[in-house]
Structures are given as structure tokens and as C-alpha cells.
Design a protein around this ligand. Structure first.
Ligand SMILES: NC(=O)C1=CN([C@@H]2O[C@H](COP(=O)(O)OP(=O)(O)OC[C@H]3O[C@@H](n4cnc5c(N)ncnc54)[C@H](OP(=O)(O)O)[C@@H]3O)[C@@H](O)[C@H]2O)C=CC1
Ligand SMILES: N[C@@H](CC=O)C(=O)O
Ligand code: NA
Length: 431
């Protein structure tokens, strides 16, 4: 058997502790699969005094140099999170010729190219399977198993926290604040959970997935983002009555007008394959010109599921080391493609309005939509709040986003419209 391969772990929180557990519990199989033993040599944490019984016998440090300058460590696993200092540590590790495995979508989405360049320059591996979809294999399947395809669409539920929240709010009418707290307690949420609920976490994943799917660099700034903070129990109830569920989707599409990448809540028909993806589960639906439709499903966050992806990357890198192989798939963004602005994207919409309850209101609203070139598929009216007010819910036909924005301006200016309460896309298109 070859010499043991030494690992330095940066961070030992939710994901890091899972990595330690998987490496320990599956050590026998892992050793057989790699052909040599993997040894967790050192772990970097902020607070070395914090009790961590699962790390008994492992050297803890709060000095990153202890890992980066240790010539015996050949794999550095970054599971600290955030951009600073994680990005710098990874670049330094790669510059020292060490292989890097990370779960950090913040860094990959914004600075992936720098890390890839550094990895290539130093003939090192840079892997990030856990950065999208937690335990679901999706990065390597896109780069390897689906690489024969021209991918036209990638659409997914990629944030476990918000999917958990929307599921609980829909199934048992739980309050937004309570379910967010639960998701945090279960270790799903980011250190600052606004990244989850504001859609940023999903946007980072959308940028990573689209860059790989369309072979062009999509940066976080190219993604149009809207989170779930404006979704109310009323929207969820209307969705149910109309045969939909509310989901936060990450969508990347290549159309004749360019690539559009966006994250926003949608009304999904109950029979859509993504509609039954509940709780912390994620799913990523891919359309390729050879494979047709493929969907990847599994736990999108949490200690052990995420560790499953991290440790798989570690094993792959270790196999490269053992076999002296050069089969690395480096950066796949070899094209520069045009982006399609959000205004040109097309969708049906759900529009909820609070209006004065008096004769002629429905007509005025229909005219306002018509003047903006937005045709309506259905309209329902319910009595709300005070007697003199009613709520109108309209579902539009598929129209350019620019038209719906114009319609909202016109509606807002109508004296009978007291408030535009929400605007949510309706995803009816499966073609
Ligand atoms: N949680 C999840 O389900 C998933 C998380 N991820 C990603 O994995 C990464 C880690 O997430 P998670 O485990 O939840 O985060 P945690 O906050 O639970 O853990 C972070 C760990 O990193 C250490 N750390 C943070 N900053 C520093 C620093 N400056 N110097 C030294 N140590 C530091 C902390 O040390 P100490 O213990 O001393 O505080 C802690 O051990 C993030 O990039 C996240 O986005 C990806 C998929 C799923
Ligand atoms: N906060 C993220 C963790 C995994 O990436 C999520 O909820 O999906
Ligand atoms: Na994954």
C-alpha cells in the first residue's frame, strides 16, 4: 500500500464535522477505494478551546500556516464559508501545489476563475461538488456524464433552507420566522440566513451551474435575483386553490436572445416534477439535446449529505494522487456568450391587487393590462380586509417581463388600485 495521504481541514462546523464523521465511519471502504489511507492531519478553527469531542486525537490550530506550510499535507478542504479569508487560503494552498476541495459557493461563484487558473498553473485539483445541491451529484455529472450534450435549460430548487420554509408554510401554515429558526437549528442556513431568504445563495448556485452548463462565465452580477421574503400565507393559499405550489427556482436558459439566469419564486403546477420536491430536498432539472430531460434529486443541505459530496471529491483527488493521473477537468468556460436581459424574458404572471370594491373596477383593471399588451388567462375576486375593499388575483398569459412591468406602473397609477400586493411568475412552460 502507498504512503498515507494527509488532509488539512479548514473549518469544523456543520459541514466540517460531517466530513470528519464520514472519513472516520467509512475509513475501511475509503481506504480500499483509494488504495491508501487518508489521514486527517490538522484542523483549522477560530476557537481552539471550544470542546470538539469528535476531533479527539486530531491536531487543532488557529494558524492557517500550520496547514498551508506543512509539506506533508496534499489535500486542503475548505469548509469555513465566506469570501475572506477562505478565498485567500485556497489560493495559497493551490499556489503551494496542494489540491483543494471546497463547499464554498460564495467563492466559486465570484472567484472560481482565479482558483481554476491557480490550480492549472500548479498542476493541482480544484473541486467543489458540495457547492451546489449539497449531497446531490451535479457538478461532475454536468462536466462529465452530460458533456456530450448541448444543454439548453437548467432549472432547480437549489436552496434547502427556503424549500424547507416554503414546504412547512404550505403544509402546516407555519409562520415564516418559526420555520427560518428551525432551518437554522438544523444546520441548513448560511451563517447569515439573509443569503438564503433573499435568494443570493441560490443565485450563486445558479451562476455556477449555468457557467458549466453553457460553457461561458456567468458571474453573480449576471443573475437577476429575488428571494422569498415577499411571499405571504395568502399567496401560498391562492397558489393551492389554483393548483400550484410556490417554489424558489434557479433558472438558466439559452435562448435565441442569449443566456438568461435568474432566481425568483414561481407558481409551479402541482404536476411539475419539481413541485413534489419538499423540505430540505433539492432537485436540478436539466434539458440536453441528446439526453432529453434528466433530473437530479437529493438532500440539498445538512451535515452528512454535504459531507458526502466533500468526501467524494477528496477521494477522487486522492485517486489522482495515487495514480499520478492527469485526467482533471479544469475550467469549462471556454466561450463568451451573450446575455439576455431580464426584460426580454417571457413568462405568465400571478398578480395580486387590493382594489376598491365598486362597479367598473374589473373593467378598469382589464383595460390597464390590455394597454400594456398583457392578456389575461383568468381573474378571481375575493372580499378582503374592510368591506369596501376586494382582492383581485389575475393570471396572465405568457408575456415579456417588460410588459408586466409597464402594466404594474399603469395599475399603480389607477385610483381604484390601493396596492399591488404581489407579482410572481407562473412556470407553465415544459417545452
Ligand atoms: N450547512 C450546509 O448545509 C451547507 C453548507 N455549505 C457551505 O459549507 C461551508 C461551511 O458551512 P457550515 O459548516 O454550515 O458553516 P459553520 O458556520 O457551521 O462552520 C464554519 C467553521 O469554520 C470555522 N471558521 C470560520 N471562519 C474562520 C476563520 N476565519 N478562521 C478559522 N476558522 C474559521 C469555524 O470555526 P469555529 O468552530 O471555531 O467557530 C467553524 O468551525 C460554507 O461555505 C457553506 O456555504 C454547502 C452546502 C451545505
Ligand atoms: N444554506 C444552504 C446550504 C447549502 O448550500 C441551503 O439552505 O441550501
Ligand atoms: Na452537489
Amino acid at each position: 500500500m502507498k504512503e498515507a495521504i494527509k488532509i488539512g481541514l479548514l473549518g469544523s462546523g456543520t459541514v466540517g464535522s460531517g466530513v470528519v464523521r464520514v472519513l472516520r465511519e467509512n475509513m475501511e471502504e475509503i481506504t480500499a477505494r483509494v488504495g491508501t489511507r487518508l489521514v486527517l492531519a490538522k484542523v483549522l478553527v477560530r476557537d481552539v478551546k471550544k470542546p470538539r469531542p469528535y476531533l479527539e486525537g486530531v491536531e487543532l490550530t488557529d494558524r492557517v500556516e500550520d496547514i498551508l506550510e506543512d509539506d506533508e499535507i496534499s489535500i486542503v478542504v475548505e469548509v469555513m464559508g465566506g469570501i475572506k479569508p477562505a478565498k485567500d487560503y485556497m489560493l495559497r494552498a493551490l499556489a503551494a501545489g496542494k489540491n483543494v476541495v471546497t463547499a464554498n459557493k460564495d467563492v466559486v461563484a465570484q472567484y472560481g476563475h482565479e482558483l481554476f487558473d491557480m490550480a492549472e498553473a500548479h498542476d493541482a485539483d480544484f473541486r467543489f461538488e458540495a457547492s451546489v445541491g449539497g449531497g446531490i451529484p451535479i457538478i461532475m455529472p454536468l462536466k462529465q456524464c452530460l458533456t456530450a450534450n448541448r444543454i439548453t435549460e437548467i432549472m432547480g430548487i437549489v436552496n434547502g433552507t427556503t424549500n424547507y420554509m416554503l414546504t412547512k408554510m404550505s403544509e402546516c401554515g407555519a409562520s415564516y420566522d418559526d420555520v427560518l429558526k428551525e432551518a437554522q437549528e438544523k444546520g441548513y442556513a448560511e451563517a447569515n440566513p439573509s443569503a438564503d431568504v433573499d435568494g443570493l445563495d441560490a443565485a450563486r448556485k445558479a451562476a455556477i451551474l449555468s457557467s458549466i452548463a453553457f460553457n461561458t462565465r456567468i458571474s453573480l452580477d449576471d443573475v437577476s435575483v429575488e428571494g422569498i421574503t415577499k411571499i405571504t400565507p395568502d399567496d401560498i393559499a391562492y397558489a393551492k386553490n389554483l393548483g400550484y405550489v410556490v417554489k424558489l427556482l434557479a433558472i438558466g436558459k439559452e435562448t435565441d436572445e442569449g443566456i438568461n439566469v435568474r432566481v425568483h419564486p414561481v407558481f409551479l403546477p402541482e404536476e411539475h416534477p419539481l413541485a413534489s420536491v419538499n423540505g430540505v430536498f433539492n432537485a436540478i432539472f436539466v434539458r440536453g439535446n441528446a439526453v432529453g430531460e434528466a433530473m437530479f434529486y437529493g438532500p440539498g443541505a445538512g451535515s452528512l449529505p454535504t459531507a458526502s459530496a466533500v468526501v467524494a471529491d477528496i477521494i477522487d483527488v486522492a485517486r489522482d494522487i495515487v495514480n499520478h493521473s492527469f485526467g482533471r477537468v479544469n475550467c469549462t468556460c471556454y466561450r463568451k456568450k451573450v446575455l439576455c436581459p431580464i426584460e426580454k424574458t417571457r413568462s405568465s404572471y400571478y398578480v395580486r391587487l387590493l382594489v376598491e370594491d365598486k362597479p367598473g373596477v374589473l373593467g378598469a383593471i382589464a383595460t390597464a393590462f390590455g394597454n400594456a399588451d398583457v392578456s389575461l388567462q383568468s381573474v378571481i375576486q375575493t372580499q378582503r380586509d374592510k368591506k369596501e375593499h376586494a382582492e383581485i388575483v389575475a393570471i396572465t398569459h405568457c408575456v415579456p417581463h417588460a410588459n408586466i412591468l409597464t402594466a404594474l406602473d399603469v395599475l399603480n397609477a389607477l385610483p381604484v388600485v390601493s396596492e399591488v400586493r404581489n407579482l410572481i411568475r407562473v412556470e407553465n412552460d415544459r417545452g
